[in-house]
Design a protein around this ligand. Sequence first.
Ligand SMILES: [Zn+2]
Length: 333
Amino acid sequence: MVRAGLLEEDEYGQWTLSAAGWEQAREVRRRNRPDHGDEFMRREAMWEALLAAGGPGDVSAGLIRDLGIYAGARGIYVNQDRTKSTVAPNGIALSFLHTGRSFSDELTEDGVLYRYPKTNRPGDDKFEVAAAKAAYRSGLPVFVVGPGSTLTKRIVYRGYVERFDDELGALLITFTQDELPPPPPEREDENPFTLTDEASKRTYSLRQNRPNQGRFAMKVFQRYGTACAVCGLDVYGLVQAAHLRAKKRSGSDDERNGLPLCANHHLAFDRLLWAIEPGTLKLASRHSGPDLGELGISKPDLTHLKRKPHDGSVADSWQEWKKGQPDLLDTGT
Ligand SMILES: [Zn+2]
């Protein structure tokens, strides 16, 4: 320590930290401090500056770079110098670029379902994902930079990384100007099931209450996988998170009220061309046709899913389907 100039003898003959020693001690403390207070203030200052400059909509890419919100050419920007620490060895992600690789419908006013980067530099991808997870753990706000109204303009959203899933290769960012409450409990199946919106407003945590269409999609894909539940099609961008009790009938965003369906089978389900029989989970089509084969449905039932939708949602959608099948009404099924 003495040789490194970190300790010096003071006027009372005691060894004490030199100016350089104090600096190093402060640095060690800063790197190990979990509350990231300075970084939080820095991010808030960036946001204030962006608003003061007329943002967050339709601002120039140059302004975003000048303010330090985004730099470089990667999807996830990390200011390593400022955020690298022992608890976040890859730094803490600051901003996410919403590029052409993502589909535009995954970015809404409420948030974004953001796919992990998959570039020809897998090492960098890994570091960026680690930095995104550090943003989740730190509770620091992040920015999402999306396309503006013209090619040269951008829009910036402020939000929080709310959840991530390695198997899915995606993370969810919810946009809000406020602080985000702590994460919801892990074991969601133990939460009371809610079929309708109104009921879910009473039982969901504050965090879950924040609107974010991407949240429902992410939870549905986490629960059932990303393949269409009735034909097995598994192509990114073509499979959607469908509501069994539809949104227009106040269906809840509980993932147990959902099912991954390709765009065709989603539309066919909403048009009551097929349904799921309660109990057996067998798939049924209209007696007047088209039959399951004509609809391109290749699964006989939903028993192949490792986790099933909620009985309440299946029964509700079955009732709705039967209303459109006058020939079934008297059969007692
Ligand atoms: Zn399908």
